[in-house]
Design a protein around this ligand. Structure first.
Ligand code: TRP
Length: 390
């Protein structure tokens, strides 16, 4: 028995990430695999915030051979976005800059409506808010597509129907537990559509899904559908990340949970500072004298964990901070200040790009699927076009 739970719909307890891999049947990333990504390898990967994978070698082969490869990572618009949410997005952008990968970003507004207690209207507002955050990341519009389930139903629905036929209710129950309602039961067919979509548009090619490990069940379902060989696709690969810790302890930063334990993308310097100073768990000693004498423990220190995950990309500087903290030269308050500065610098750049965006509809237009892409995808799963209806 384990004392933690990780599913797409429930993350609880103190997660043993090694045990989780055994449970899910995913693999630990090797140094060799990490080093197959172009140099410099993103800190999230180098520092093993992304720590596990499924079948990543074919994706790396494609990077090396410069043959087509895609990334799919999405967003469930259930609230304001926080630091944890941008991990796969900034990672995808970085790889796109390095390798010219196509990036597909689906928004599961349907999913969040079906599993959360929100009105469609609220979900719609959150979708708009989250789309702005996404656009602020700055993907290449030529190589990036944004899909919103209820707005792109002309392509999502026919594909999800095709895949829905290949997923049984007992697969759902075995993978996710009891569904909330029948809409929820259908949703895995939709996320499978997201993960297979690049191949249905551009032909069979390696696809990587970088995501929080709670989303792995969706990857398993899509790989299962792909392996039935009814459709012209290969199994998507996955890169699985640990959760960014909550400021006040282990567990996952949550969009719907307590706002004070979570740094959102809207936070200014002052609120970042307040949140970290008041809530962040540290590895410091009880008194300054004891800290000078015994030193701090970076392994349990949340501000250090944030720097390590990605906010201090320089390895030398990070190592220096770690040494000084262990030696007692650097106090917890000082380490907090370093983290506040680093996160503020990152968010200020993000927020600046957000203010430079034009109207949402205009911005989004550059990222929507073209008519030809929609038609191709529908035809590849076997739908005939009704020409006279166009
Ligand atoms: N289900 C995801 C969530 O709740 C969002 C999502 C939808 C997603 N489609 C995806 C994530 C495809 C990764 C890949 O957060």
């Amino acid at each position: 028995m384990t004392d933690f739970t990780v599913t797409p719909y429930d993350v609880r307890g103190t997660i043993d990430y090694e045990k989780l891999l055994e449970q899910f049947g995913a693999d630990r990333l090797t140094d060799e695999q990490i080093n197959r990504f172009p140099n410099p390898v993103h800190p999230l990967l180098r520092r093993r915030q992304f720590y596990a994978h499924r079948d990543i070698d074919r994706f790396c082969d494609a990077i090396e051979a410069k043959t087509p490869h895609s990334i799919v990572t999405g967003r469930g618009p259930s609230g304001a976005m926080h630091l944890g949410h941008i991990i796969p997005l900034y990672f995808a952008k970085y790889v796109q800059e390095q390798t010219n990968a196509r990036v597909y970003i689906p928004f599961s507004d349907d999913e969040k409506f079906l599993v959360k207690d929100r009105t469609l209207e609220t979900i719609g507002e959150q979708t708009r808010d989250n789309l702005e955050e996404l656009l602020a990341v700055g993907f290449d519009p030529e190589r990036t597509r944004i899909i919103i389930d209820t707005h792109d139903a002309d392509v999502i629905y026919p594909l999800a129907v095709a895949f829905g036929d290949a997923i049984t209710q007992s697969t759902f129950n075995g993978t996710y537990g009891e569904p909330e309602n029948i809409g929820h039961s259908f949703y895995p067919a939709v996320q499978t559509t997201h993960l297979l979509l690049p191949q249905l548009i551009h032909g069979v090619h390696p696809t990587l899904v970088p995501i929080g490990i709670d989303q792995d069940p969706h990857v398993r379902v899509s790989r299962d559908v792909a392996s039935k060989r009814r459709f012209p696709v290969e199994k998507p690969a996955a890169l699985l990340s640990k959760f960014l810790p909550r400021l006040d302890g282990p567990g996952k930063m949550s969009a719907s949970g307590d706002a004070h334990a979570t740094i959102t993308l809207n936070d200014d310097r002052e609120s970042i500072a307040t949140k970290i100073h008041t809530h962040a768990v540290t590895g410091g000693q009880a008194s300054k004298a004891a800290h000078r004498k015994h030193g701090g423990d970076p392994t349990v220190d949340v501000p250090f964990g944030l720097l390590q995950a990605m906010f201090e990309p320089d390895d030398e500087r990070l190592a220096q901070i770690e040494r000084d903290y262990r030696d007692g030269k650097l106090l917890s308050g000082e380490l907090k200040s370093i983290a506040i500065d680093a996160i503020n610098e990152f968010l200020t750049a993000h927020q600046k790009r957000k203010t430079q965006l034009g109207p949402l509809e205009t911005e989004l237009a550059r990222y929507r699927l073209t008519d030809e892409e929609r038609t191709t995808a529908r035809q590849r799963v076997g739908h005939n076009e009704l020409k006279s209806m166009n």
